[in-house]
Ligand binder design. Sequence first.
Ligand code: 13P
Length: 331
Amino acid sequence: ARPVRVVVLGSGSWGTTVAGLAAQNTPTLVWSRSSDTAAEINKEHRNSRYLGDRELPADLRATDDLIEAAHEADVLVVGVPSHAVRGTLDRIADEVRAWVPVVSLAKGLEPGTRLRPTEVISQCLPGHPVGLLAGPNIASEIADGLAAASVVAMQDESVASALQPLFASKVFRVYRNTDVLGCELGGVLKNIVAIAAGMAEGLGVGDNTRAMVLSRGLAEMIRLGVAMGAQPRTFSGLTGMGDLIATCMSPASRNRRVGEAIARGLSVEEAVAELGQVAEGVKTAPTVMELAREYGVEMPIAAEVEAVVAGRRTPTEAYRGLRRRAPGDEE
Ligand code: 13P
């Protein structure tokens, strides 16, 4: 039988890295909106803008032609930022074959609609099996060949089982989970806590404070997730606590870097410009606070982060706010 052809949309650090993983298993094409990046991947097997000097598999191919990419896909991986998923998929809605499974890599919510990326994908490409790949997966470490694990979350377990070996390697273990909502929300919500962790780093708070932010941040993630219908235990797994720890600890995290830069005195706009990449938590924080109000759950850490990214509070004021929780509060 002809091998399954994987197409990855988006050539940022994670899209390119996932394409590199798939290319070790099966023919893989990555779509870049930049013709320079596509040419560099094809000719030099590098993506210097996002992955520096790291060498990509020689047989990973790239194109800047979205329609060509859509035609080739037996499996479609969506690695563009959350706010760009709909615009990208609308251009190829009539080009993707009907049964092709779609895997989201995006860890944000669509501004305005508040939809998760898998929900946006289902609206753009109705009838396709849709899931996601998520976990504690800092792209540069995986591109360096360091060991990691991830989760394919999908309602249909037989499709998930078929997808697992496309991304797995000796050092990249891929689990399955049917709680798509819980897995997807873990990746979305941890970005907001990572901004708080970055601010903690920049302010030089102690390790006890940092541990408080992580564990109480996880409590907020579970509270909103369960109210929305996710399984609580999903949040103690790779896509919840796992991704929260990796993102809050890693100096490479974009969300953490934005938090650190704001604590150094930069405005949010300056921090995002300095980063030169998308930190999903910046756009997601206000959307998550809308959901928190709608579902009637308390999210004090997310509320402080939202106030900081909206420019209503400084990081110092935000950390003061976090200490003001009433004594006697139940954990
Ligand atoms: P950042 O977007 O903050 O870099 O987080 C990366 C990530 O999600 C690792 O799993």
